[in-house]
Design a protein around this ligand. Structure first.
Ligand SMILES: Nc1ncnc2c1ncn2[C@@H]1O[C@H](COP(=O)(O)OP(=O)(O)O)[C@@H](O)[C@H]1O
Ligand SMILES: [Mg+2]
Length: 310
């Protein structure tokens, strides 16, 4: 029997999806991918394969989980299996450089960014960047891991020269223009089945670690809601995002953007393993995981129709 297979490396993020799939009576199985084998001569099972691999896997000790997943996805796709968030989506998940290149190719504005490999190259990139505040972040990141704001190039260089500097896990560091928003929030637009679902406004006054999952919540957090659902984003931006996702094998994603003082929109992060904030959802009466489970269920039903017709 065909099933929904959930490919992941963090069980702590799975209960909401598991519950939503179970509530709809959908057969599903979880594939935890950290270490393992891919037998290219074997036949994959039948089903819909939903890839939730996360760029931040290395922060949980799962350094090569994305590489294993890339192998599994290549194998599944070679056998014509239905993959939601395919190998191309994974390529973008683990590389902001690829994200920005692909976004720019679709006419979507990103912050000015220089990628640098090696300490000296990071220093050179910062020194040539120009005046004003700048961000240093890893190419393969997630959950705000090691995203730092510096007042100027000198401060950034001081950090990179210090013992506190940790080279990024894939060796690629990004020196990036700091986008100053008039109010401290960013927006994250959620997409399911390649279509806009809703957006969340995220309060950034407390820092850059903005993981929306309950599993990421810290005790003693702020009393005000950090996440607030808004029903719409700029319609042109929405259309650009939907075109971009369709062209890059991404069907489920949260895309983050900041609006600067002049009203210009900058897109800077694509999360293909998106989580939803339960408090914000209950206040707004929405359910991202419900929408996702329905979408996966529809894809499974479509597969079964095709199988029945041949
Ligand atoms: N260029 C930028 N200008 C202003 N704020 C930024 C910029 N880049 C990142 N941030 C802040 O840091 C947070 C984490 O950065 P992000 O690029 O989303 O990394 P991650 O993949 O770890 O989530 C963002 O949500 C935003 O609040
Ligand atoms: Mg982010």
């Amino acid at each position: 029997m065909a099933k929904i297979y959930v490919l992941h490396e963090n069980a702590a993020w799975l209960p909401p999806l598991r519950q939503a799939l179970t509530a709809l009576g959908l057969p599903h199985e979880e594939w935890f991918l950290n270490q393992g084998t891919v037998d290219l001569a074997a036949m994959p099972p039948d089903g819909v394969f939903y890839n939730r691999m996360s760029a931040s896997s290395f922060t949980r000790g799962h350094v090569h989980a994305p590489e294993l997943t890339a192998g599994v996805l290549a194998w599944l796709q070679a056998h014509g299996r239905r993959v939601v968030n395919d190998g191309r989506a994974l390529e973008l998940e683990v590389s902001k450089v690829r994200q920005y290149a692909a976004l720019s190719a679709h006419g979507i504005r990103t912050p000015r960014t220089i990628a640098a490999v090696g300490r000296d190259a990071v220093i050179g990139a910062a020194q040539g960047f120009g005046p004003g505040p700048m961000i240093l972040k890893p190419n393969r990141g997630g959950k705000g891991h090691d995203v730092r704001l510096f007042d100027d190039a000198e401060a950034l260089v001081g950090h990179v020269r210090s013992d506190a500097y940790e080279p990024p896990v894939d060796g690629v560091a990004l020196v990036q223009e700091y986008i100053q928003a008039p109010a401290p929030f960013i927006t994250r637009a959620e997409f399911v089945g390649g279509r806009f679902l809703y957006a969340v406004r995220v309060d950034t006054s407390l820092g850059f670690e903005l993981c929306p999952a309950d599993a990421c919540a810290v005790d003693g957090g702020p009393p005000v809601p950090k996440f607030t659902i808004v029903d719409a984003i700029d319609p042109d931006l929405r259309a650009d995002y939907e075109r971009f996702l369709a062209a890059n094998g991404i069907e489920v994603a949260g895309i983050e953007f900041i609006v600067d003082r002049g009203g210009a929109i900058f897109t800077y992060d694509i999360n293909t393993n998106t989580n939803y904030n339960p408090d914000a959802e209950s206040r707004a009466g929405r359910s991202g995981m419900g929408a996702l489970a329905r979408f996966l269920g529809d894809e499974l039903a479509r597969l079964e129709e095709i199988r029945a017709a041949v």
